[in-house]
Design a binder for this molecule. Sequence first.
Ligand code: AMP
Length: 215
Amino acid sequence: MITFALPKGRIFDEIMPLLDAAGIRVSEDPEKTRKLIIGTSRPDVRLVIVRASDVPTYVQHGGADLGVVGKDTLLEHGGDGLYEPLDLNIAKCRMSVAVRRDFDYADAVKQGSRIRVATKYIRTARDHFADKGVHVDLIKLYGSMELAPLTGLADAIVDLVSTGNTLKANDLVAVEEIMPITARLVVNPGALKLKRAAMQPLIDALGHATQAGVC
Ligand code: AMP
């Protein structure tokens, strides 16, 4: 049995055409069932539906053989004990720094002021501002980062930006792009060794579907 860890939402929706191209059809919609283990058209492949931030942990510790996770989440996890064989080129967005429209970020950086930054992505933010030599106080949040500059909790946020509509709706502007983000295939190396005959063709098929631009 091959166990594939997937989060619900955008990654799930965007991986479906790739799985389809790899000959795997999903038997149930995770948005419509309370089941956490979902069968597929292949009796030897099942999906486990987990939180995005739990995907690397499931794969690292063998609760799943492989999984799909955003590079954002993978960087925070650290990627220890995981192979990352494929950039699936789905769930594309940018990790960005954003501030209130009336906050002069460039000036604050130039003055060497301490900038209060709210984010879910502490590790990525710490590395980014350290590289730039910008002094920051990081504030960990678990959601709705956009609210932090509006309430005075922080001067800036580090968050994912896709269309930019959320920033715009909250009178925020992106002032720096930290990196482009896409979803990655992650694999448990031990599982790959043990089940290579079944897993490698699946990884190759996903790779071909990605290159063919199925999504
Ligand atoms: P948007 O309004 O399209 O720029 O999307 C921004 C909101 O969606 C923010 O709250 C982000 O945290 C979230 N978001 C954007 N892209 C992604 C992604 N690829 N994965 C997870 N969350 C995302």
